[in-house]
Design a protein around this ligand. Structure first.
Ligand SMILES: [Zn+2]
Length: 377
């Protein structure tokens, strides 16, 4: 029966562990025990309170699967049809936090590798796993640290498949061959506090900042290119005010984020915004946080192989996109790997009642297995 197939069983086992980011709570132990049984060497690369695994079998050309065991908070548990950490199959869907992002895909990877190793115990090339519990929160001591360590050791990863939920409506309809960069700014505008009835004696930062903000949001940064959509800026928070109706404040905080293409750089964005602040004569302080630079796998064997397999197994031709948030792929990319993200349908990720089609889990596992066969045999 479909429900009892190994990938569903493993997914249920992992989902029943409430590994809210950055906790792992034993998910990785389940995975590494299975990998040890099929001959993998395991290195636990734990940094501070973060659990990570680097596991590998074989030698030579390396295909690495990357993923995370942490999940986002379930939100209001009363809003769930079934408790979020009590996986249930209902109407052909597996419900539970992490079913789509991404314990389902992790299970599909493990089962695919187990099947492959059983069929080809003396396979050529190297299969590897790079698994962290720090993807959904800070992402400082997870994949970023593992990659740093691997690069110091001059390890190679030629191909990397990240199991993030890339599919939109149907399994395999979208694969991500890159991601945009992400740059966040916390901008403080300073003025002079005063009595609201004596405005000439004060300097109201709310009024001061408005023309600047209006200019900022109307900038056309670029038009994107074949691989990336145009760069976009979104203001997501503005704070100011003293809390009473007869005073104007002395400061204002505005936070905004840019998702940027590879047509521009974070440096040029920063320069342009700081010039604008000066042009508008604002007294300011700005703190920048660059959490990812754009990366892209334009072409190569990995993309060709994956496209071909999806056409055969799913009967659709996948779109290559770079939309969405950042992913841990941005760290692995530094190793010069061909990298793409292929995972389950992302319709319910981070939502109440997160779920994934049971048949998709099985199909994804078969797709992963075909990818290994095509790249390593
Ligand atoms: Zn994820």
């Amino acid at each position: 029966m479909l429900v009892m197939c190994p990938v569903i069983r493993l997914a249920k086992q992992l989902i029943s562990i409430p590994s809210i980011s950055p906790l792992d709570l034993g998910c990785q132990k389940i995975i590494l025990d299975r990998l040890i049984k099929i001959g993998f060497s395991i290195e636990q690369m734990n940094y501070r309170d973060i659990n990570n695994i680097w596991a590998y079998k074989g030698s030579g050309t390396t295909l690495a699967f990357a993923g995370h065991t942490d999940v986002v908070h379930p939100g209001d548990e009363n809003g769930w049809k079934f408790p979020p950490f009590f996986p249930v199959v209902h109407d052909g869907y597996l419900f539970g936090r992490g079913s789509a992002d991404m314990k389902g895909a992790l299970s599909a990877m493990i089962i695919a590798v187990e099947n492959f190793v059983m069929k080809y115990p003396n396979h050529s090339g190297r299969i590897a796993f790079l698994i962290t519990s720090d993807e959904e929160s800070k992402a400082i001591n997870g994949t970023k640290r593992i990659v740093k360590n691997l690069m110091l050791r001059k390890e190679n990863i030629e191909y990397c498949v990240v199991g993030e939920p890339s599919s939109v409506a149907l399994l395999g309809d979208v694969i991500k061959n890159g991601r945009r960069g992400s740059l966040t700014a916390c901008l403080y505008i300073y003025g002079v506090q005063g009595h609201i009835a004596y405005a000439r004696l004060s300097d109201n930062p709310i009024h001061e900042v408005l023309p600047f903000l209006s200019n900022l949001v109307s900038i056309n940064w670029d038009n994107g290119n074949k691989f990336f959509p145009p760069t976009s800026l979104q203001i997501y928070e503005i704070q100011s005010g003293i809390g009473c109706n007869n005073m104007t404040p002395d400061r204002l905080l505005v936070k905004f984020n840019l998702r940027f293409s590879n047509v521009i750089t974070s440096c040029s964005i920063k320069k342009r915004i700081e010039k604008l602040l000066i042009d508008f004569g604002l007294k300011y302080k700005i703190d920048w946080e660059l959490s990812g630079t754009p990366f892209i796998t334009k072409s190569g064997l990995l993309i060709d192989v994956v496209k071909d397999i999806i056409i055969k197994k799913c009967g659709i031709s996948p779109k290559l996109l770079t939309t969405g948030g950042t992913s841990d792929g941005r760290f692995v990319y530094r190793m010069g790997s061909q990298i793409l993200e292929l995972g389950l349908v992302n319709k319910t990720i981070h939502q109440l009642n997160e779920c994934t089609k049971v048949s998709d889990l099985k199909l994804l596992s078969e797709i992963y297995e075909c990818i290994i066969e095509k790249l390593l045999l």
